[in-house]
Design a protein. Sequence first.
Length: 446
Amino acid sequence: MPTPERRTTKPIGVALLGLGNVGGGVVKLLRDNAAAIEARLGAQIEVRAIVVRDPDKADRVIEIDRALLTTDLDAAIARPDIGIVCELIGGTTDAKHVVLAALAAGKHVVTANKALLAEHWAEVFGAAERAGADLYYEAAVCGGVPIIRALREGLASDRVEALHGIVNGTSNYILSTMAASRRPFTDILREAQALGYAEADPRLDIGGGDAAHKLAVLANLCFGTTVDVAAIATDGIDAIEPIDLDYAERFGYVIKPLAIARDHGGAIEARVHPALVPASWLLARVAGAKNAVYVNSYALGPSMYYGAGAGMLPTAMAVVSDMIEIGRNMFARAAGAPRPPARVATPRAMVPLAEIRTRYYLRFGVADQPGVLGQLMTVLGAHGVSIAQVVQDTGRGAEPEEKVTVVVLTHTAREGDVRAALAEIEHLAVVRAPPRVIRIASEGSP
């Protein structure tokens, strides 16, 4: 019996914009896994153009065919043999231009650019819809963790109610290392920079800006709206001290850098900040530079997605997976399958930070004299802040003049009331240092 002739499909041409670590990883993965990718897709994916700023430095990550190199973004996008444009140049200026140009030319786009998506979500997805083109972005959030695909497809029949994410590996590495060693923040930041986990200018990571961009992308996807990244309440991790880790452990918590979003029906809650997390919760065990997103949904309940949030090959894996999915869509549509209708975004307000309700860790450095604890409790009570636990220790604290450290864990309280109480407490004569406040997060409460 004769062997059936194998049916072949034309290769899909890709223009790769940028050849840094992720771009180099994409080239490597397409080479090393070419046979497996072709078997799964039914066609080859070929890089036919690589756009770089300086061709002389193009082989610093991986050896490539120099005939593929160009410095002309627009020419690469316009080539008729290019079906997918992969944007890996970063930033929001050139990246926005090339993504919009590619979509207008009818090309499908893969991007790892969370800032572009967070700041221009409506514009770029509107352009994709008008062009009838796909725009995929798995690598924009949590690197190799397939959180976008899980939310878009795995939970397509469900309704996401809330999510808590550790989405910035730099911040998680620093806090995890502080928890293990109790070394100062600045020492561990320098170590993270030396290891390549933190940039020379780490403000976007440790200040929460990177996580806010990723949270905006997740919230837009989960809740079918457009979240203004500038409206996301954002606090960095640089104010955390070893003493806070000591007290967190004493109360049964660890401190983690969280991105939190919750659907309140008419409004969306979104915030980024360090938080006390119960040591028994799965998120508490996410250490080092790993990422994780803990999702609460109506039908499934809690689920968690964990893995490498960055790195050459993990991120490249997410990019190439998007290419494969787009390739499948291209073949399905060529066979007559309709393009799925666009998801209509419903504008919703953001819950003001002052109206957020959660629990709080409060640390005070106060004078060692009678009546101090009573003064603190009186002010908190006057503002409707109910106390769950109190610890008072002599001789603790970073400031030399502090004699007594008082730590309070509250019941659920309104943020505006807590801030008003702290503003009043800060002006008490017995207070020796600005109060420290860290929110408390848990699986089953605000």
